[in-house]
Design a protein around this ligand. Structure first.
Ligand code: HEC
Ligand code: HEC
Length: 128
């Protein structure tokens, strides 16, 4: 991850909305748990015996929004659970609704995911 604004190109939608590392959750993948919820499967687990650590070393926050590291500056915090949910849900639609010119993205009201289309429901097995 490059945490600073040091590159000339803007990040792509998927770099934030579909990348758990960017969001502070560490390496792994997101999955859908139904029409309106999400989950995260970490791809590496820390060996507790090795470091005496209960937490994965690549994570900054867990899916409940609990911070896993101490932060040195007042006011600095990882995304909370609500924010994570809002961000991750956009990522499920981005493969086809790719940018802000897409009517689905354009009309997305804060915290209100549009009703998923037939294409999406078929893809995720919500509909045969
Ligand atoms: C596999 C590709 C794919 C994915 C993933 C996808 N869509 Fe779509 N969606 C489409 C297509 C194709 C259309 C038809 C749009 C068109 O023809 O312009 C569509 C249309 C829509 C529409 C317009 C009304 C309708 O139902 O047709 C909405 C709303 C919509 N999608 C919401 C979503 C949401 C929300 C997600 C994520 C949860 C999502 N879509 C994910 C392919 C996809
Ligand atoms: C630098 C990271 C970043 C990039 C790049 C980014 N987003 Fe976001 N996006 C966010 C954050 C953070 C939020 C707000 C979460 C919140 O409301 O707490 C957000 C919110 C959204 C929302 C509203 C979700 C809701 O339910 O409120 C949509 C839709 C969205 N982004 C689409 C896009 C699209 C399309 C692109 C690419 C053109 C994009 N984003 C690029 C970080 C990003």
């Amino acid at each position: 991850m490059d945490p600073h604004s040091t590159s000339s190109g803007a990040r792509q939608c998927l770099d934030c909305h579909a990348n758990p590392k960017t969001l502070g959750l560490g390496y792994g993948s997101f999955y859908q748990e139904g029409a309106n919820s999400w989950g995260f499967e970490p791809s590496c687990w820390v060996n507790k015996d090795l470091f005496g650590q209960k937490r994965r070393l690549d994570a900054f926050v867990d899916t409940e929004g609990n911070p896993l590291v101490h932060l040195g500056r007042p006011g600095l915090r990882p995304f909370n659970k609500r924010e994570l949910g809002r961000i991750v849900k956009v990522g499920f639609c981005l493969p086809c609704h790719k940018n802000m010119e897409d009517p689905v993205m354009k009309s997305w009201k804060k915290d209100t995911q549009p009703t998923p289309c037939t294409a999406y429901r078929k893809l995720t097995g919500m509909e045969d």
